[in-house]
Ligand binder design. Structure first.
Ligand code: ADP
Ligand code: MG
Length: 747
């Protein structure tokens, strides 16, 4: 399909301007130019002849400068035009007398002495502001100005420029907003019919304006309402294109085959439920049923389970795995790190007890085995684990993601559970299919980082979402405070005292650092997300201070907590050492653990009561929340101290205060997302490149996204190839070709 929209810009605006557009904005076609929307609109008053001005009006006038004077407000002295630059930082008043040839009008500008050199006598310009009267002289208050070139002085051009709403475009010195505006006007005036990607029927039903009208109103609005309805239409268009892509993708997933794993009575799952030392929360039971229903379908489940740290996702996952084992299949649990995989293996084995001791003395009559497959296993254990997976004698296999790339084969893989990761890509799912013959295994992804509904619908469009909202009863609350180490060093000293007191009470503590510190120079710790300096520090000193490291803190605490059993843990320790440290910490043989974010997920030591996060501003909001979830896991109330070198009142300090103020993960996730740019929310590196989401906000435009999703579903359900919707199809195709849909590929 080829329409006017695809025509080259140079056919309209000439080769030179077209080249500038191409160089500066990467814009080649008419369609691309028209989608370069105004950043905002300049508000002016109505163009009014001088003799019709009334006090109180918001007005725009066109006139010539008659006289300019600049005065210092301190010395009351007049400042000569060639001296004004010296008074940039002084209090000044610049008075400009403007005339329309008959009447005069006075304008006063405060602290902008340089205007004297711009608004020189004879300059033609537009001025706008509120009309006031001062000592019998008509004035414009808080005036805006736009200087007019001599060739702009036609009546028509002045009228156009004086419009109440003037678009301001993302622009640069090489390509100013006025040039963009002029080019867009030329294009709009000369363009023929335009095909609308939104079907006629939908436009009518959703009360949206058509493409042609919307372009006119977004670029050359007459009223505020104009650009509002135009933007609404374009937001819907963006949402529709995106949701159509997702609906098509869902159709493909729905066509995949999976072995139904129907829950059976009297199996391992029932035995396990009977053994559970606690009652499932309502949420756990409900989500369990949702999952069992999914597993019983002949198409692969693809479900996201989100829930606060400590909300009991592991039990839910284990019950799902057991029901698959009961149905004759196998399940794997993938963890992001070896430490965590090892820990999951232990937890599952312990929870299952004799149910995991198949073929062993003391094993239950009905039992299975839980295998562990990590990179650091020795050759013999590895061989056994692989054999158990391949023969099917291990009903459950726990491992890191490396498991997927490995030669590991399964007898009958039915379910994959992915812990603490919400991105589980197309490639990974493809890798899975290869491990289970023709059928695709069911997938359950778990995360403690809550994702707002609209983001889930956008980014994870083909994912069903379950949420655990309540914490199991008996969990202790966590108290958090910010410790400004630089402004109040005594507070930091007090923090270490608190750690000491907690240990005296028989509890344990974590000290978390952004870096390991065993590196030579500046090699950011791959475990710390934010190893670079915080914005505030970068602003104030130019060069950010390197974040404090595990090794540095170990040295400092050697002096302060020397009488306690302090050890370190980070990703670059040998595996057996990591293991030993974790085991001894869990057994209460270590009082204080200085660690990187390796402990971020899954580590479960109920006796740990206190966490001190060093250089807390180097971590993201959600990450801090996640980290903090490591304490207060038992009956002991948790305490989390967020240490920062930032100053109170800075942006990063405010982020820490937000974390300290609430333990609601959804709230924090929202704050986190709102402080990022939209592209980052979607996981797109935007680097100024073109994107198909320009006006739509996945955070704010929930209603639009919902409607668009509905519309897209109904279109795709009857016409998956979009044969009847050629314009929409071509929009979908170009969105898929653009950078911005990368994020869709990754999910
Ligand atoms: P998550 O993985 O969601 O952070 P876990 O599954 O590790 O949480 O559960 C946290 C702790 O709560 C574990 O010690 C678990 O045994 C316990 N737990 C889970 N469900 C319940 C429940 N319904 N009642 C009491 N304790 C529970
Ligand atoms: Mg967990």
């Amino acid at each position: 399909m080829k329409t006017d929209i695809d025509r080259k810009l140079r056919d309209f605006v000439g080769a030179k301007t077209a080249k500038t557009f191409s160089d500066v904005l990467g814009i080649e076609t008419v369609g691309e130019l028209l989608r370069h929307y105004p950043r905002r609109y300049l508000k002016k008053g109505e163009l009014t002849p001088f003799d019709e001005l009334e006090v109180g009006d918001q007005a725009t006038v066109s006139g010539r400068v008659k006289k300019v004077t600049v005065r210092s407000l301190d010395s009351k002295q007049e400042i000569r035009p060639d001296e004004v630059n010296k008074y940039r930082r002084h209090k000044t008043i610049t008075k400009v007398v403007v005339t329309d040839g008959r009447n005069d009008l006075e304008l006063a500008f405060f602290n902008q002495p340089w205007l004297a050199n711009k608004l020189t006598a004879g300059t033609a310009a537009l001025f706008w502001g509120e009309v006031t009267m001062f000592r019998d002289i008509m004035q414009l208050k808080g005036p805006g100005t736009e200087i007019l070139d001599e060739e702009d002085l036609s009546e028509e051009e002045i009228e156009r420029r004086a419009k109440p709403f003037r678009p301001l475009y993302p622009a640069s010195a090489k390509l100013p907003t006025a040039t963009i505006e002029r080019s867009i006007k030329i294009v709009l005036d000369n363009l023929g019919e335009l095909d609308d990607p939104i079907p006629e029927l939908i436009l009518r039903r959703e009360k949206l304006i058509g493409l042609r009208e919307a372009l006119q109103k977004v670029h050359l609005p007459e009223t505020e309402k104009d650009w509002e309805v135009a933007q609404k239409r374009f937001r819907f268009e963006e949402a529709l294109v995106m949701q159509t892509i997702l609906a098509q993708r869902r159709a493909v997933t729905d066509a995949l085959k999976a072995v139904p794993r129907v829950r059976s009575e009297g199996g391992l799952l029932d035995d396990f439920d009977a053994r559970l030392p606690f009652k499932l929360t309502e949420g756990q039971a409900e989500v369990g049923e949702e999952i069992f229903a999914d597993l019983a379908r002949p198409h692969p489940m693809h479900r996201l389970l989100q829930g606060e740290v400590g909300s009991g996702k592991t039990v839910v996952a284990l019950r799902a795995m057991l029901s698959v084992v009961d149905a004759g299949g196998q399940a794997v649990l993938l963890a992001p790190t070896e430490v965590l995989a090892t820990q999951h293996h232990k937890t599952l084995t312990k929870m299952l007890g004799e149910l995991a001791e198949q073929g062993m003395l003391g094993g239950a009559e009905r039992a299975t085995r839980v295998g562990l497959l990590t990179g650091s296993l020795n050759a013999a254990s590895r061989r056994t684990a692989m054999l158990d997976a391949a023969s099917g004698s291990a009903g459950i296999v726990v491992g890191t993601h490396a498991l997927l790339e490995d030669k590991v084969q399964f007898a009958d893989l039915g379910l994959v559970v992915v812990d603490e990761q919400h991105r589980f890509g197309v490639e990974q799912r493809a890798a899975l299919s290869q491990k289970s013959g023709d059928a695709t295994p069911h997938v359950l992804v778990m995360t403690a980082t809550p994702i707002p509904r609209t983001v889930a619908m956008t980014v994870f469009g083909d994912l069903a979402v379950s949420t655990l909202t309540e914490l199991p009863a008996g969990r202790s609350p966590i108290k958090s405070s910010v410790v400004p180490a630089k402004e109040k060093p005594a507070w930091l000293a007090r923090a270490w005292e608190r750690v000491h007191e907690e240990v005296e009470k028989g509890h344990q503590a974590y000290v978390v650092c952004p870096r390991i510190g065993d590196d030579v120079k500046n090699a950011a710790d791959e475990e710390g997300e934010f190893a670079a300096g915080s914005e505030d520090e970068a602003e104030s000193k130019g060069k950010p201070r390197p974040a404090i490291s595990v090794l540095q803190v170990a040295e400092i605490l050697d002096g302060i907590l020397g009488d306690l059993r302090v050890e370190i843990l980070h990703g670059r320790l040998p595996a057996d050492e990591k293991d030993s440290v974790m085991t001894r910490f869990a057994a209460g043989e270590i009082d204080v653990l200085i660690a990187t974010t390796v402990i971020e997920v899954g580590v479960d030591v109920p006796n740990a009561s206190t966490m001190v996060v060093m250089d807390a501003d180097r971590f993201g909001i959600s990450q801090l929340h996640q980290l903090r979830g490591r304490v207060g896991r038992g009956k002991v109330p948790g305490l989390c101290l967020l240490v920062t070198h930032g100053w109170a009142g800075s942006k990063s300090y405010a982020r820490l205060e937000a974390v300290a103020a609430t333990t609601d993960g959804f709230e924090l996730s929202r704050i986190d997302l709102e402080t990022r740019r939209e592209g980052d929310v979607l996981g797109v590196a935007q680097s100024g490149r073109r994107t198909s989401l320009k006006l739509l906000s996945v955070l704010r435009d929930e209603e639009i996204i919902l409607t668009a999703r509905h519309v897209a579903n109904s279109i795709i359900s009857v016409d998956a190839e979009l044969a009847e919707y050629p314009v929409l199809r071509s929009f979908v195709r170009s969105a898929l070709e653009s950078e911005a849909t990368d994020y869709l590929e990754k999910t």
